[in-house]
Each structure stands twice: as structure tokens, then as C-alpha cells.
Design a protein around this ligand. Structure first.
Ligand code: ADP
Length: 182
């Protein structure tokens, strides 16, 4: 059965790391997100994101879209179908509002992974190490961008406390073997 693994959680928690691992180890493709933010060094068009202009962004059919600061982010039905052509299991990094939207529209096709760390300090250190702008880090670690797990989503969430990457990988291995049996 086709399923989408939604990955949500605060910045620095390890969402990208997990999504990359699922791709490298299991060929689980990432449903690309569209964004109007500028490309960072090392990122590639249609590999890291679909980088869009404001105009091209408007033409897509979104499950959800959200504005972070001055930039738009969103994930589309077109991108999901493309990924499902490659593999029955696909993953997508999404914000909390997106989780509501996908669960509402796709029901049991959604497997929701909530990724976090034990402490906020750890997130800050990772983002500094990753080279994020300290002002942006403040923004990311406050308010909606912190992507806390709301009480009404707890029943759907498979929580991963990603303090130790090897333990996280073991957890993911058992999740994927279960999903592949479905
Ligand atoms: P997100 O996509 O959630 O913002 P990333 O996957 O980019 O987070 O991870 C943030 C940084 O933390 C990256 O530099 C990544 O290599 C590192 N990282 C990920 N998981 C761990 C971990 N378990 N322990 C230490 N560092 C980690």
C-alpha cells in the first residue's frame, strides 16, 4: 500500500538527516517541497527543493503551504504522485499545519514521524554548527517554527527523540520493515 511518511519537528531535530537516511538505505524518495526562499550553497534545483518564483508558486495545487518569514513553502499533489511512481513509500518533511492537512486528506496513507531532541539547547547548537544565522535561529526556535507536537496529534505521532543517530537509525529500520509488510 502506498504510504507517505510525514516528518515533522523543530529545526535542527534531524528531519533532513532522517529523510536522507530513508533514501540512502531504502530508496524511499523525498516528496520535494516547493519554496520561494533562495538556494543555499550545496543545494540543487529539483533535488533539494523545487525552487519557485512567487508566480510559479501560485500555480501549484497544494496540500499545504505556509509562509516562514518572507518565504513561502508548500507541498503539492503533483509532487506526491511523482514520488509514488518511484516507490510505494515516500517521505516528506512538513510543518505541523501540514500534518493536519495530510491526515485529513489522506487518512491511513499517512505515517507520522515526530522528530525532536531532549533539549532545546541541543537544537541551537546543531543549527549554529550547521552555519545558520544566529538571528534566524532565534526565530526558528520560538513560536510556530518550533513545531511543537499539539495534543490532538499525539494519537497519530510516532515520536523519535533523535539524540543519538545510531539509535534513531535502528528505530527507523524497524519502522520500515513493518511498513514494507503492509
Ligand atoms: P532539520 O532538517 O530537522 O532542521 P537536520 O537534519 O538538518 O535537521 O539536522 C541538523 C543538524 O544536526 C545537521 O547538521 C545534522 O547533521 C545534525 N544531526 C542530525 N541528527 C543528529 C544527532 N542525532 N546527533 C547530532 N547531530 C545530529
Amino acid at each position: 500500500m502506498k504510504k507517505i511518511i510525514l516528518i515533522a519537528g523543530p529545526s535542527g531535530a534531524g528531519k533532513t538527516t532522517i529523510s536522507d537516511y530513508l533514501y540512502e538505505k531504502y530508496d524511499i524518495p523525498r516528496v520535494l517541497t516547493h519554496t520561494t526562499r533562495p538556494m543555499r550553497v550545496g543545494e540543487k534545483q529539483n533535488v533539494s527543493y523545487h525552487f519557485e518564483t512567487d508566480d510559479s508558486f501560485k500555480q501549484l495545487h497544494f496540500f499545504e503551504h505556509v509562509k516562514y518569514g518572507s518565504y513561502q513553502y508548500g507541498s503539492s499533489r503533483e509532487a506526491l504522485n511523482l514520488a509514488w511512481e518511484k516507490h510505494d513509500l515516500v517521505s516528506l518533511i512538513v510543518d505541523i499545519q501540514g500534518v493536519y492537512s495530510y491526515i485529513k486528506q489522506l487518512g491511513d496513507k499517512v505515517y507520522f514521524l515526530y522528530v525532536t531532541t531532549s533539549t532545546k539547547e541541543e537544537l541551537k547548537e546543531r543549527l549554529l554548527k550547521r552555519g545558520d544565522d544566529p538571528e534566524k535561529i532565534k526565530e526558528r526556535l520560538s513560536g510556530n517554527e518550533l513545531n511543537l507536537l499539539p495534543a490532538d496529534l499525539k494519537q497519530y505521532a510516532h515520536v523519535i527523540v533523535n539524540d543519538n543517530l545510531n539509535k534513531t537509525k535502528e528505530t527507523l529500520n524497524s519502522i520500515i520493515s513493518r511498513l514494507e509488510e503492509d
